[in-house]
Ligand binder design. Structure first.
Ligand code: TXA
Ligand code: MG
Length: 348
């Protein structure tokens, strides 16, 4: 496996790997992707193998020009009004963290979309990703470059630690700017629907096209996801994670086997004031954003979870974010990361 920083030369090497049916991890503004030629079924099969990803979980297809939409989607299957909405969304949010679910072009093999007749398509806002895609001359299918259901990679090192030698190349473009995955928006049904909250906030989408249908809020006991692959348990650290509302985390006493992840400095201060124990392990307390700044919090969410996960403690307690803007995506990831421990959550 080659681990290279982004240069013209490494981008050209990466593009050749794609053309030859290989796998390359590359930076995007959201998280690192694991890319393969979207038209090559054998290359796509490797993505599923390497990630240990179930074949019912469809991939996102990445393009580097709005014009390329015609190569990956089939516009003959949607009406004029929907077509207008697609281009309105694309012109306003692309390049950027929005994946639009559209009828797929028949040239996209079924393995890419888990047999669905639709494909999620996105134009990433990262120069290296754009150059890689355009040099390859193809569209690039890329899920997040991590093992299935584990924490998403926001740095090239995260990819190396989890997928390492199983892929042909890792292109290091530094830490991901946004830090949570794209919003997945389905425009193929009667109502436009957010299938996964992400880097493009619901409010921004609604300002442009009016109200959109619910997202995949985790409801206890009920599987509410409409999209294949939108599993309740996902994005999980190895260490059991528990998500608590601010009032509850403030009341949670410190102990040496747990670490605490706060959304903002104010809540951390209130929690610290309530503690009787003053000696704490270094790194046991982290804050996503001292000032409670939402995009700062999102950008370091996965990175901080990776760090806490490596401390080998028994539990991570995390504070729920306010449910506005990117907070919807932060809470979605935290709650799915905590899903396996849900029964325990009741007794906390
Ligand atoms: O920001 C991102 O979206 C990153 C970067 C690499 O672009 N990619 C990413 O891919 O998060 P992945 O595979 O980890 O998540 C894609 C999700 C899938 O879980 C799937 O449910 C949804 O997008 N999806 C893909 N195609 C779909 C389709 N045709 N219909 C409904 N949902 C789809
Ligand atoms: Mg993923």
């Amino acid at each position: 496996m080659k681990f290279l920083t982004v240069t013209q030369e490494s981008l050209e090497m990466g593009a050749n790997i794609l053309k030859e049916g290989g796998l390359i991890a590359f930076p995007t503004e959201t998280v690192y992707g694991l890319g393969a030629d979207a038209f090559n079924p054998l290359a796509l099969a490797k993505i599923f193998d390497v990630k240990k990803r179930p074949h019912f979980d469809p991939l996102i297809i990445h393009i580097a020009f709005i014009n390329s939409l015609e190569n990956v989607a089939d516009f003959s299957l949607i009406n004029k009004e929907t077509r207008k909405t697609v281009f309105l969304l694309a012109e306003n949010f692309w390049p950027g963290p929005l994946s639009i679910v559209l009828p797929k072009n028949e040239r996209i093999p079924g393995i890419a979309t888990a047999g669905l007749s639709t494909a999620a398509i996105r134009f990433p806002d990262n120069e290296a990703a754009q150059k890689l895609i355009s040099l390859s001359g193809t569209a690039v299918a890329a899920p997040s470059a991590n093992l299935f259901s584990s924490l998403s990679p926001t740095r090239a090192e995260h990819v190396r630690d989890s997928l390492g030698e199983k892929i042909d190349m890792i292109l290091d473009g530094g830490p991901a700017r946004i830090g949570v995955e794209s919003t997945v928006l389905d425009i193929t049904g009667d109502k436009i629907k957010i299938l996964r909250p992400g880097g493009t906030p619901r409010e921004a989408i609604e300002n442009l096209i009016g109200p959109v249908d619910g997202s995949c809020i985790i409801e206890q006991g009920a599987e509410k996801f409409t999209s294949p692959g939108q599993m309740k348990s996902h994005y999980a650290p190895k260490t059991p994670l528990y998500v608590l509302k601010s009032d509850d985390i403030i009341r949670r006493p410190y102990d040496d086997t747990s670490v605490f992840l706060f959304f903002d400095g104010l809540t951390r201060n209130a929690w610290r004031d309530a503690q009787t124990k003053t000696q704490m392990l270094p790194d046991a307390v982290k804050v996503l954003s001292e000032s409670g700044h939402m995009s700062e919090a999102a950008s370091c969410l996965f990175e901080t979870l990776h760090e806490l996960d490596n401390l080998n403690v028994s539990r991570i307690f995390a504070q729920e974010a306010p449910q506005t803007g990117l907070g919807e995506a932060i809470n979605d990831r935290l709650k799915r990361g905590a899903e396996k421990n849900q029964n325990m959550n009741h007794s906390l």
